[in-house]
Design a binder for this molecule. Structure first.
Ligand code: GDP
Length: 195
């Protein structure tokens, strides 16, 4: 897709209502620091439009980026901050759950995991939660430039087993540095049915 316009249209906090959008939404979930902002910026051809890097304690919001008035990229709040209080975690869970349940135009959820590491318990929980809400996530293995080509298959297998993926689940290695995987992800964004 040729990116003509990018607009952070809605920022949802804990008390905000989930917007009743008409265009298809594609949501991105993952641990903080996994490279979610970098991926969203790469998809939008922007250097730093999506918030980058995790400032501990930063406000947890769901951000809706309108692309070309054609689709929304939805940046879900990152998880896995060590220093977050239990009540913050509960707010986070409530926000994501209400979004997954309430959106009528969510077409696909992408779950990001770092290609270098075995998925953690919270990644597995997120995967199961997405599935429980009726979506089959596409797994994006981020920071693919950080491993050798010869390690790729081994790492993908580690992630597949760690998350307990099914054979049909799609995994896409991605790098914000080299843009490897960007086109493939866009194919999923463009190929989904319109609402
Ligand atoms: P977020 O917290 O998930 O939004 O993660 P960020 O996008 O802010 O990235 C966290 C850190 O990882 C930053 O220092 C990025 O520069 C780095 N990073 C993100 N994606 C990549 C990538 O594909 N390759 C490399 N080498 N570094 C990356």
């Amino acid at each position: 897709m040729i990116i003509k316009s990018v607009n952070l249209e809605t920022v949802c906090g804990i008390t905000s209502k989930i917007p009743d959008n008409q265009l298809s939404e594609f949501a991105f979930a993952g641990k903080s620091n996994v490279g979610k902002s970098s991926l969203i910026n790469a998809l939008m051809n922007r250097k730093s439009y999506a918030r980058t890097s995790s400032q501990p304690g930063k406000t947890q919001t769901i951000n809706f980026y309108n692309i070309n008035d054609e689709v929304y990229l939805v940046d879900l709040p990152g998880y896995g901050y060590a220093k977050v209080s239990q009540s913050e975690k509960e707010k986070w869970g409530w926000m994501i759950e209400s979004y997954l349940k309430k959106s009528k135009v969510l077409r696909q959820v992408f779950l990001l995991v770092d290609i270098r590491h075995e998925p953690g318990a919270n990644d597995k929980q997120m995967y199961e939660w997405i599935v429980h809400n009726g979506y089959r996530p596409i797994i994006i293995a981020t920071k693919a430039d950080k491993i050798k080509r010869s390690q790729l298959q081994k790492q993908l297998k580690l992630i597949r087993e760690g998350l307990g993926l099914e054979k049909s689940d799609v995994m896409i290695p991605f790098s914000a540095e080299t843009k490897q995987g960007r086109e493939e992800i866009w194919e999923y964004l463009e190929g989904a049915d319109q609402p």
